[in-house]
Design a protein around this ligand. Structure first.
Ligand code: UD1
Length: 345
């Protein structure tokens, strides 16, 4: 028996695709929406191979209220929505802020308007640890009660603004429930290697750059800075396995649909609780895969935060969820995915 239908916007994206797999395995039906602005239709085949059935899908741009509304006309049984559809490149957002305000804010406003017209209106929102900026040392690991900092980029600001919009809407519309999930750094790929992260062009994020270097697509990795105030001088992040992250979305949906949420607006940090430096991560990759990754120490990257990692205890406790896949397995999954898309045996 199905537990009901969940709308997944950005369903062919990196985290969206992994979440559809976990939702399906947990007994939910899904309708996925994407405009393929940063993904492609082949992802659906990957998901379908893993779950062994078709995924209901509609191509639509969530900023187009009319096109997006058609999804709700066709599927009248949507019980909750998980909203991934958004632009996410920090650097691009600095160069083209209007793209970010237009895309990320309008899609969220449209989704909220369409959902609040439903009988059941539960929304899971993809937020980011970027809302914390660089927390003071006394706030590390960072918990949900740490003060938010002015955002470093228009991308980060859209995440803060979307959280504000949702908080206001929950106050105003009594049938609306929202869970904002603040992701730390999602990495890795599904264990089947049938879906994973597909960066277009030169990857901006660390792990795709590492796997492409290991595959010989890039000559060497640049480690952005070794003069930070950290034990080895490189930046520290909280790297979380994408399938663990995806499972947290199922837990958040279960909680809202089961009326177990303690508030109609809740926020959770999703991370492992462990900080790892760039150099530690590169070395862990080489150990886990046995493949060499040539790297050089380069200058700091503008806008980078020195160190941030999560206190995930609220999510552990309230969602009954924990990110516990060992980092070696996570890095191996990223490498298996890279090998598959690059045709390496
Ligand atoms: C940032 C945001 C995150 C956002 C993401 C979107 C923070 C803390 N995090 O992630 O919220 O969702 O962008 O893309 O603001 N690095 C290298 N060489 C490389 C690439 C990266 O050394 O070629 C280093 C970076 O300097 C950083 C770490 O690797 O220290 C992780 O970088 P990246 O994967 O880009 O993620 P964040 O910048 O942490």
């Amino acid at each position: 028996m199905s537990k009901g239908r969940i709308l997944v916007t950005g369903g062919t994206g990196y985290i969206g695709s992994h979440t559809i797999v976990e939702l399906s395995e947990a007994g939910y039906d899904v309708v996925a929406v994407d405009n393929f602005s940063n993904s492609n239709p082949d992802v659906l085949q990957g998901i379908e191979k893993i779950i062994g059935r078709k995924v209901d899908f509609m191509e639509a741009d969530c900023t187009d209220e009319h096109a997006f509304g058609k999804v709700f006309c066709k599927y009248s049984d949507i019980r909750a929505a998980i909203h991934f559809a958004a632009s996410k490149a920090v650097g691009e957002s600095v160069e083209n802020p209007l793209k970010y305000y237009n895309n990320n804010l309008r899609s969220l406003v449209n989704l909220t308007a369409l959902m609040k017209a439903q009988k059941e209106a539960s929304i899971v929102f993809s937020s980011s640890c970027t809302v914390y900026g660089q927390p003071d040392k006394e706030h590390l690991p960072v918990s949900e009660s740490a003060p938010l900092q002015p955002a470093e980029s228009p991308y980060g600001r859209t995440k803060q603004m979307c959280e504000d919009i949702l908080r206001d809407c929950v106050k105003a519309y009594g049938n609306l429930k929202v869970t904002a999930l603040r992701y730390f750094n999602p990495i890795g790929a599904h264990k089947s290697a049938l879906i994973g992260e597909l960066p277009i062009g030169v990857p901006a994020n660390l792990v795709p750059y590492i796997t492409q270097t290991a595959a010989g697509i890039r000559e060497k990795l640049s480690v952005f800075g070794d003069d930070y105030d950290t034990p080895d001088g490189s930046c520290i992040r909280d790297y979380i396995y994408v399938s663990d992250l995806a499972k947290a979305h199922v837990a958040a949906v279960d909680r809202m649909l089961g009326n177990r949420n303690s508030d109609r607006y809740e926020v959770f940090n999703l991370g492992t609780g462990k900080g790892m430096s760039v150099l530690e991560l590169v070395n862990a990759f080489m150990r886990a895969t046995g493949v060499n990754v040539p790297y050089v120490i380069a200058g700091r990257r503008a806008g980078d935060i020195e160190q941030v990692w999560a206190d995930p205890s609220k999510a552990n406790r309230e969602l009954g969820w924990k990110a516990d896949t060992p980092i070696e397995d996570v890095l191996l999954s990223a490498w298996n995915w890279q090998k598959r898309i690059s045709g390496i045996k």
